[in-house]
Design a protein around this ligand. Sequence first.
Ligand SMILES: *Cc1c(COP(=O)(O)O)cnc(C)c1O
Length: 392
Amino acid sequence: MEPEQYSFPLERYMDPTVFERVKAFVAVKETPCLVMDLEVVERKYRELVAQLPFAKIYYAIKANPMDEVVKLLYDLGSNYDVASAPELNQLLRIGVPGSRVSFGNTIKKARDIRYFHEKGVRLFATDSEEDLKNIAENAPGAQVYFRIITEGTGSDWPLSRKFGAHSEVIFALIKQAKELGLEPYGLSFHVGSQQRDVGQWDDALARCTYLFESAELVGINLKMINLGGGFPARYLEATPPLEVYTAEIKRFLAEDFGDEIPEIYVEPGRSLAADAGVLAAEVVLAAKKSKNSLFRWVYLDVGLFGGLIETLGEAIKYPIYFDKTGETEEVILSGPTCDSMDILYENYKYRMPSSVAPGDRVYLFSTGAYTQSYSSVYFNGFPPLATYVLPR
Ligand SMILES: *Cc1c(COP(=O)(O)O)cnc(C)c1O
């Protein structure tokens, strides 16, 4: 793919009037900082509900755990996919009841299962016998759903291999869950985050159909399929629009289940939060390493440790905007820390105005997901990424 010009049409990623408000807001703030436009989160949530009206939404809180985001989604009717006790505690503090929470992490301590159960959580994900036994012991009678393994093919940030199990293991777990007094409730999968191949849901759903049928043969009626996350945000590399995903998913469901579609859950993280965020940063330094090198190194005050870890392997390519015009050049973009892995983009060449200089502001769009929650606490003394909500 051709490298994008820095001067992509602003409107592709931002409403220009909102961008003016963002710039004015951060003009007096220290960089780097993330500004979230809650109106975008709300719009994304409503779009998903409109397109999958039968689905229950479990927001994957890890994508953006800011209180304001979590509260907004609560008011809109969302449930939550939670991975740890601190995430649950945050929700409880805000007033979200345990009944709106799913413990979606298949890797969990027995005492955390007990804690979740005590706090009213009834829905647990699993993919192993050891974990299933822990759930039976510490959350007796709970609803369990079983995560099937996917390859993450076609996604920009795969969540494969580490999670889920193959069909024969899942089938054994379904039967065992019933024997242990749990309610085998459904199946889940995650096709990989920022999944650009809509067909991946079809493959996963076909395996769900097979497991639903196998379970029925032994007298177990599974009720639910959790389609996970993977829905797209707008980065430089294009994806089909959300409507294509949801239309295809509805078609796959109708093909596989006819009129008897199970309960459907989705766990969006990125697709709700990413496009709502603008990360404001500053150029620290621009330099050439040798007289004859082709490219300047441009160092920003944000890098992999400041919240942009998803640029690892240049996986996620954020739209980056400079408020300058004129001649442009290709550069190597890097973060500010004393770690040589803190390079954002070297193979994929971003273009920047040649006049860019230390102190210039830089804006990274679609940075509302997987940034602040990933930022390190004190590497080289840099604090975690500061966050703000754009005043309405
Ligand atoms: C991270 C995660 C999600 C969210 O995925 P996105 O691609 O960000 O929407 C959903 N479900 C589970 C189990 C996850 O781990």
